[in-house]
Design a protein around this ligand. Structure first.
Ligand SMILES: *[C@@H]1O[C@H](CO)[C@@H](O)[C@H](O)[C@H]1NC(C)=O
Ligand SMILES: *[C@@H]1O[C@H](CO)[C@@H](O)[C@H](O)[C@H]1NC(C)=O
Ligand SMILES: *[C@@H]1O[C@H](CO)[C@@H](O)[C@H](O)[C@H]1NC(C)=O
Ligand SMILES: *[C@@H]1O[C@H](CO)[C@@H](O)[C@H](O)[C@H]1NC(C)=O
Ligand SMILES: *[C@@H]1O[C@H](CO)[C@@H](O)[C@H](O)[C@H]1NC(C)=O
Ligand SMILES: *[C@@H]1O[C@H](CO)[C@@H](O)[C@H](O)[C@H]1NC(C)=O
Length: 691
């Protein structure tokens, strides 16, 4: 990754307000609402206590995504989502009663006078079904229930704005509405840029807002204040379209639905909506001879039209909810075996990790889909927009290992395929597949961000890890020569690592980094295991003995003179850091480092934690939440493990920021550094991947 100095850290945190609702398990800085892909990423910036109707939802960057909700109860209008002003109308704010989040859902209960609304934002995570996982649609479902024992007349309203299709609100959008058994508003830029982003929004494809066309459903497109006033004053919409296509911010066009729920006493069945953002082609991919291939989201292999996909998606809500509840329950049960603090961190991390990824397929020369060519892409959100950054996939790896190792293979394949074409000139592993998502066009000039030991070790470790979990030898058989090339590099360069950066590039470069050497040595040992798996016993025993001899030498170089801890860099006894790369030795069961080193580190960390955890290293007091949890996975004491876990939980729940969970934070006061919404929070599943 490459650190951009950004103004986010300077954004004002909302004033501390007393939270009046119950939060389960806690109030996160930002609540995921619709988080499924780098371009479908809607959040509620909650900070220390902003209700669902206390602010506009935002894109992960913090820019507003217009998304409003009203309900009329016995003729009285209440606003339950977003923060609109509608001149000439009268309405009050519903009161938030509770918020609950799980791995796939954020559920709010809002009181609108004598009626309670339950709003379920469901972003499915379906790691074993490539079609379902690749569909960039998210549900929100609203049910109403009387809270005073009497029946009430209820009408429900929602809309989205055209802010969902661009990072530049001065651009012209156009839109249309289809009205069959499903009502769908489709909106897009009138002039599109293939594979182009503005402010991290893709300038291509369309946003979709949909609901089932059940009895009492109405729709309308038009200026925000006009359409919202229509509902507030009449309880229904005009079934009319505004065709004066214009800039997103010119009399803000919105795309609205209303449902008449009639007389409500007990809880109603949920009214189901979907929001989505779909483009095709999705990814530009480098092939041999600097060729370019267009890749489509995998869901197209089952659905021939977007309308088809949306209709199936909406009609499947009850089943999708049941699948999500089962998934959430399994993740929660597995994580609760560590602790409830741990389960809460995991629940907040799963959607965010998957929300940076997309599963794609190519076409054959005859135009059909080649379903044996499935590649997954990941955007390095927020630190920069790189594609499939090796040292971002690496921290996130436990998420894929735990939910479905095949996804890990699909993330690594672009890196293997590209480097196997011979176009990448360096002898170590490439850093990423392209500087700017969604352009996976490689680095034929070899001038990618140089992290030679980091990325070579990462590739070897992840490849063996995938192979062990899946028993699929295809990666190691097909790419044996590349893996061996990276190993040769590590043999020369990892015991005495040259002055270079690690994944924590923001901390600066340094020679002889102990933690980088750990990675290189585990990488060499991983290749010994890989060679053994394909029957190359001579190579296997050679690399095994090299790794073993490096460990002995490394212990001399890397241990502080008083023998109490590993140093940050060789010879600097007063320095130290999180030796999180030892987690790989645990994960792979390679046992290259003696137990005494694990015990020494455990003991050291037990007395070097600040209020919000152990610093990344002695150069600064900040840390990384992913590496805290990785380190929790290598310590030999349950109490020290729990110290790391609780530190991250306390940071995530401290209400000091309002941005999607940031992995880089300050251990002294729990404030966030410059990153947000990154997929590396998949590393919070590190303890699950060891189970
Ligand atoms: C994927 O979604 C479809 C509905 O589109 C559903 O029938 C199917 O069960 C889902 N697949 C899995 C593995 O859950
Ligand atoms: C909107 O603009 C796109 C070009 O980006 C065009 O293909 C489409 O037909 C337009 N739609 C409407 C409803 O005008
Ligand atoms: C990829 O898609 C773009 C946009 O649809 C198109 O202009 C281009 O010709 C396609 N390229 C290939 C190699 O198919
Ligand atoms: C389909 O993809 C596989 C894997 O990339 C490739 O080996 C095969 O040649 C492709 N088939 C066609 C018909 O393009
Ligand atoms: C790195 O460590 C080795 C072994 O202790 C030492 O010989 C070398 O001088 C160190 N290099 C730097 C740049 O400190
Ligand atoms: C072991 O591997 C190293 C690095 O590739 C090589 O230089 C050496 O010759 C190998 N030793 C044997 C005995 O094969």
């Amino acid at each position: 990754m490459f650190t951009l100095l950004v103004a986010w850290a300077l954004l004002l945190v909302p004033a501390l307000g007393a939270v009046t609702w119950t939060a389960t398990p806690f109030n996160p800085a930002s609540v995921p609402l619709a988080v499924r892909s780098p371009y479908l990423s809607a959040w509620l910036a909650q900070g220390s206590g902003t209700a669902l109707n206390g602010a506009w939802p935002t894109f992960w960057t913090g820019s507003i995504l217009g998304w409003a909700g009203y309900v009329k109860v016995d003729g009285v209008a209440y606003n339950w989502l977003g923060d609109p002003a509608v001149p000439g109308t009268t309405f009050t704010k519903a009161t938030q009663k509770s918020l609950k989040f799980t791995s796939t859902q954020s559920v709010f209960v809002m009181t609108a006078g004598p009626v309670d609304l339950t709003i379920t934002f469901l972003s499915p995570v379906e790691p074993t079904d490539m079609v379902n996982q690749s569909l960039p649609l998210s549900y929100y479902a609203v049910s109403a229930a009387s809270n005073d024992g009497n029946a009430h007349s209820v009408q429900l309203y929602t809309d989205i704005s055209a802010e969902w299709v661009t990072g530049d609100n001065s651009l012209t959008a156009n839109w249309s509405t289809t009205t069959g058994s499903v009502l769908t508003h489709q909106v897009q830029l009138a002039s599109q840029t293939q594979f182009g982003e503005v402010g991290d929004h893709i300038q291509q494809g369309s946003a979709y807002h949909s609901t089932l066309n059940t009895a009492g459903a109405t729709w309308q497109t038009g200026q925000d204040t006009v359409v919202r006033a229509q509902f507030i004053n009449n309880g229904k919409l005009a079934n009319s379209q505004d065709t004066a296509f214009r800039a997103v911010s010119d009399r803000w066009p919105v795309f609205a639905f209303a449902h008449d729920l009639g007389s409500v006493n007990g809880a109603t069945a949920p009214v189901v909506f979907s929001v989505g953002h779909i483009r095709d082609p999705a990814i530009q991919y480098i092939v041999a001879n600097n060729g370019r291939q267009n890749r489509s989201l995998f869901f197209w292999t089952r659905f021939s039209t977007v309308a088809n996909a949306i209709s199936t998606f909406l009609n499947d809500y009850a089943n999708a909810l049941a699948r999500a509840n089962a998934f959430d329950a399994k993740v929660n049960a597995d994580a609760t075996r560590i602790s409830s603090d741990y389960a809460s961190i995991v629940a907040l991390s799963v959607r965010q990790g998957f929300g940076a990824t997309e599963i794609t397929v190519s076409r054959t020369s005859s135009g059909g889909f080649n379903t044996s060519d499935v590649l997954m892409f990941m955007k390095e959100i927020s630190s920069d927009g790189n594609v499939n950054t090796v040292d971002v996939i690496f921290p996130a790896w436990p998420l894929f290992l735990y939910t479905n190792p095949t996804l890990g293979k699909q993330l690594l394949l672009p890196l293997f395929e590209y480097q196997a074409t011979g176009q990448y000139p360096n002898k170590w592993s490439v850093h990423d597949m392209g500087a700017s998502y969604p352009k996976a066009i490689g680095h034929n000039d070899g001038n990618d961000e140089p992290m030679p030991v980091e990325e070579s070790g990462n590739m070897l470790i992840m490849t063996l890890s995938y192979t062990q979990k899946s028993n699929d030898l295809s990666l190691i058989r097909t790419y044996f020569n590349l893996l061996d090339q990276w190993t040769q590099f590590l043999i020369t360069d990892s015991l005495i690592p040259a002055n270079q950066i690690s994944t924590d590039d923001f901390a600066g470069s340094l020679a002889n980094q102990t933690n980088l050497a750990i990675k290189g040595i585990v990488g060499i040992k991983a290749m010994a295991e890989i060679a053994a798996l394909v029957g190359d016993t001579a190579r296997s025993s050679n690399y095994s003995s090299i790794a073993a001899s490096y460990v002995t030498q490394w212990q001399n170089f890397a241990t502080a003179t008083d023998g109490t801890h590993l140093t940050l860099s060789y010879g600097d006894s007063s320095s130290w850091g999180l030796s999180y790369n030892m987690y790989a030795d645990k994960l792979l069961k390679t046992n290259v480092f003696p137990t005494s080193v694990y015990d020494m580190q455990t003991n050291w960390y037990s007395s070097h934690a600040n209020a919000y955890g152990v610093p990344l290293d002695t150069r600064h007091t900040y840390t990384k939440s992913d590496w805290e949890i990785w380190t929790a996975g290598l310590v030999t004491s349950t109490a020290v493990r729990d110290l790391f876990v609780s530190s991250v939980r306390n940071y995530a729940a401290d209400g000091k920021s309002s941005q999607p969970l940031g992995d880089w934070y300050e251990t002294l006061d729990g404030s966030v550094e410059g990153f947000r919404a990154r997929p590396v929070v998949g590393g919070h599943l590190a303890l699950l991947a060891l189970q």
